[in-house]
Design a binder for this molecule. Sequence first.
Ligand SMILES: [Zn+2]
Length: 401
Amino acid sequence: MSAALSSRQKQLTAKADAAAWNRQLAGALPWARAVLISEAEAGARAFLAAVPHLLRRMDPAVFVAELRHRLLVPEAAEDMWCPECDGIMDCHSLHAGVCIAGGERTQRHNAVRNLLCSWADRAGLQPERERPGLLLPQRPGEVGLERRRPADVYLPSFQGSPTALDVAVTACQRMETLTEAGRHAGAAAAAYARTKESHLDTAQICAAQGVKFQPMVLESTGTWEPGASRVLWNIARAAAAREGSQAALLHSQLLQELCVAARSHRGRAVLRRRAALGTDCTNQVLRAAEPLLFWLYGHVLHSTAILFSQRAGTGHSLGELLLLRATVILARDTLKLQQQWAEYSQQKAEMGVEDAAQATSTTVEAVQALGPSSNTSAAPEMQLDVEQHLTQLLQRELGHA
Ligand SMILES: [Zn+2]
């Protein structure tokens, strides 16, 4: 008691947080523990702090799907068959992150690879994507070596040697590494990186030819394997030195872009499968929670905008502008999503999957479930208001009002 009284409030809050976190971990099932630990890492939470702009922008529906994953909110009442691969689509949609069908895995891999390549370019590392003929036969008997492409991104000189970066995404709930993943963050990614090195002796063959083989493995949450994390830091530092910027700032931007890319593809894979199964929004709890999640999204945007304006030293108006801009994007996207949903229901009705009356009611319900800003008739007006307000603010900023 006396110890508690002599502590500062900040320390007490930190202790209470740690105790609650440990209690949550202790009470969780093995797969949930692995997900929670992976979600708590810097790379996985980066999407929450991303200002929605260019490569750091997420579709609202995808953002909500990722929040559900993070909060372990189930998406359906029971497990079903995956419409793409006939695997089991669990009620938390963890399967969507590892499903081999549907093409999302390849798209995600390529998105992460391209981002790494563009950042390496920014850092002046002269990257080369999918460089052919990196490995040459060393003896007459060695065939097929020249056809192998161990480098998703090849760096001619990185920390003193030519380096082959090999990108891969794995899931923290994989059975082989579940126990370890429930103890240490990034354990699944680390195990997969070792597999990558030993597969067909890739690391050894590269080393024999003077090339460093560097697996760049991340989990579908955005958590990176420790070795890959160090590479990301070095790329950010090199880019900062070249641009005269802060390394920590560029590193957090890099993590945010990578996290948004990885999670957007996972979120989209979930939404696609749920739409095909027709189970989207069937859960009453979820329907009730969706407006709250959208509100949370707005809240995150607002905090980020204020933080940004304070950092930039421009007072609140820039933060306000950013927030308003985000609201316009959100309203526009929600509208687009509603239209897509209506078209989808219409197509289903035409194909005779469900009758038109039911399709219409599903559409209305789905629209309602999308949250307070999603009223079909109100959205364009709201968008107009916000656009007007934005223009006025801009004029005031520029001294034209
Ligand atoms: Zn599947």
